[in-house]
Design a binder for this molecule. Sequence first.
Ligand code: HEM
Length: 505
Amino acid sequence: MDLLVLEKALLGLFAAVTLAIVFSTLRGKRFKLPPGPLPVPIFGNWLQVGDDLNQRNLAALAKKFGDIFLLRMGQRNLVVVSSPDLAREVLHTQGVEFGSRTRNVVFDIFTGKGQDMVFTVYGEHWRKMRRIMTVPFFTNKVVQQYRYGWEDEAARVVEDVRANPKSATEGIVIRRRLQLMMYNNMYRIMFDRRFESEEDPLFLKLRALNGERSRLAQSFEYNYGDFIPILRPFLRGYLKICKEVKDMRISIFKSYFVEERKKLGNTKPTDTTGLKCAIDHILDAEKKGEINEDNVLYIVENINVAAIETTLWSIEWGLAELVNHQDVQRKVRAELDSVLGPGVQITEPDIPRLPYLQAVVKETLRLRMAIPLLVPHMNLHDAKLGGFDIPAESKILVNAWWLANNPAHWKNPDQFRPERFLEEEAKVEANGNDFRYIPFGVGRRSCPGIILALPILGITLGRLVQNFELLPPPGMERIDTTEKGGQFSLHILKHSTVVAKPRSF
Ligand code: HEM
């Protein structure tokens, strides 16, 4: 059986070489393509540039080939944009043309071929999903309804860290407890549910499956089948695992959460405070026939991947930088103590009065951008960009990290210096008012979750600094901030152990 597959693959490979040569000769004449390294048939530039196209490697290529360049990854075109002007063009001026998402075999499995919102192409379905998700998730009313929940979850983190005798001596991996907090922050919004402890079996199951989903989707292992479609049969085993993980997740979302809420809705349509939670609104849309049951489940899937880990990575980076920059940590604490009073716990409405804390959040998102290349964009049709032709269905990466870390545009960008957002960059906001700084993207496909992520970051980091002196573990000067990237995320390689010495008031 496998020999047959191999034979087919080799035949296909031969046909593809011939086609690729003919096609590229023809295309080269017709199109004025962006510059880039010279591709070879079949593999394109893949063997030259490798799999790990992280933000730093792509910035190095931009220095060589310019603010727009093209990589041929097997049969896929990858266009990388590295200047604020071109980012504006992709995300704003030509936001419709470049407003789709690339698909691949793995994402097709996890999103039911684009039945979700985050990874679907730009069009009617996306517009409907984004509209339906806005009221239950992305308004100031939601922030005001759930901020008490976030404050409560942060208070419980403080309580648990305080109660652990190791915190003040050898240190603990606070991230683990923060992960439970982020699940609770989002599951309270979605289902009015929370998990009691890190040992809760349902939490453990969800965490494991979501982790596996992220690992499988982010891995470089399946690239060959994505770049060279005739090699796809060899991905069968990989795709089978993806499908199993996807089925298990969807079935948990359905039986433990959505169905439960439906049952509750039949008897009591509101939560304990008399308000609807997000899934009630989404189920209303299903009842009206606007979306189907699968769409409901993929909305839950999207929130699990888009909201929880991204915010958690950013909190983790912020914490690491605060530990490694004791002067910054002291300043945050001094601001909290003087504006709120020592021991008065920070709440969401306090954030506008805490400019230094806000600057720390912004600086974390600048230097340690959780999604440094944004979620890849795509043009459904042939398009023009920066004077070049962009063939239909190219994957467009905006190197947002480089825009925010390019020394041509920023003063000492490799330094963690929140003061920049109070001094020379005082007008720059995280919402994309300046194309050099777009940690949440900008325009049609920008992150709608910014409205939740910023206050959660402020409350969480604020409470930690207010209540603890955060230090590297004994014998270490600083914690290790080596980066690890996947297909599109940037996280810390090793979850750090942090000493948290309780403050007394
Ligand atoms: C610090 C935390 C977060 C960061 C850094 C972040 C960043 C991003 C980025 C860069 C994009 C892609 C923008 C583009 O392609 O142009 C995105 C998309 C998205 N984010 Fe976030 N995000 C965060 C938190 C959240 C949260 C809390 C939620 C939901 C509650 C969320 C929901 C989404 C959704 C639904 C999309 C897809 C939008 C679309 O395709 O139309 N994100 N996010």
